[in-house]
Ligand binder design. Structure first.
Ligand SMILES: [Zn+2]
Ligand SMILES: [Zn+2]
Length: 247
């Protein structure tokens, strides 16, 4: 299974990357994790002939601003957007005139599926639980092709992130803050927090994305994290836009 990081910035686009989106290419499906501006690059990597599932963590604009580019795609097997209860009404209020082309006018079928907390079969297995963020935000655990991928952003340290990441082949989480930095009023993770979650969950690998645009101003700032923490967590991967991983 191949994971490609389409947008690795948090908050806004800079020269270091686009806002949050990642692509997971499984045997029978293509999964997209969040729809920040990075989502516009998805068709560089996929043939668009498999069903596409788009998992939305929450409605902050750095995770959904790329929805206005959906009209460029030609998903032959349609698009299913997955989110928390209430997300259909919220999305239909944004992906509409006068802002952009509504879902109903896109050149492929779009279904919005709201998931309650817990485990579901979509037909692949997915588990979703709330994370710690100023607005409702879901983390996801996706099981397919004998692998587990967990996606948890945006969040502070929480038990649900550990639960979702248990024994995962890959935990993708955020790194909004620099080492040692905290933001109690608006919870996010620094590298140590993310590593602690991965270690407690016994995740095989940990990919960091959603680097705070105003905090990680250069790609060298990210490389410093890789250098500093790789020894304490050998499965650590600091991501950049257009980087791919095989899992
Ligand atoms: Zn964010
Ligand atoms: Zn957010």
């Amino acid at each position: 299974m191949k994971v490609t990081f389409l947008g690795t910035n948090g908050w806004y686009d800079t020269l270091t990357g686009n806002t949050c989106s990642a692509l997971v290419q499984a045997a029978d499906y293509d999964f997209i994790l969040d729809a920040g501006n990075g989502i516009a690059k998805a068709d560089r990597y996929i043939t668009q002939d498999k069903p596409v599932y788009l998992f939305l963590s929450h409605l902050h604009l750095d995770h959904i601003a790329g929805l206005h580019t959906l009209v460029k795609f030609r998903f032959k097997e349609g698009l299913t957007i997955i989110g928390q209860p209430g997300i259909a009404a919220a999305l239909n209020g944004i992906v509409c005139e006068p802002y952009t082309i509504p879902f109903s006018d896109l050149p492929y079928d779009v279904t919005i599926t709201e998931l309650a907390e817990g485990r579901h079969t979509l037909p692949f297995a997915v588990e979703c639980l709330p994370l710690v963020h100023p607005v409702p935000c879901y983390g996801y655990r996706i099981e397919t092709d004998g692998k587990v991928i967990t996606y948890c952003t945006d969040t502070g340290v929480c038990e649900n992130a550990i639960t979702l990441a248990r024994e995962a082949d890959l935990l993708i989480t955020e790194c909004s803050l620099k080492p040692g930095e905290t933001s109690p009023d608006w919870p996010h993770l620094n590298p140590e927090d993310a590593i602690r979650i991965a270690q407690k969950a016994h995740a095989q690998r940990l990919a960091l994305m959603h680097f705070g645009a105003e905090v990680y101003r250069t790609l060298d700032d990210r490389r410093d994290v890789q250098e500093r923490f790789l020894q304490s967590y050998p499965g650590l991967v600091v991501t950049f836009d257009d980087m791919s991983l095989e899992i």
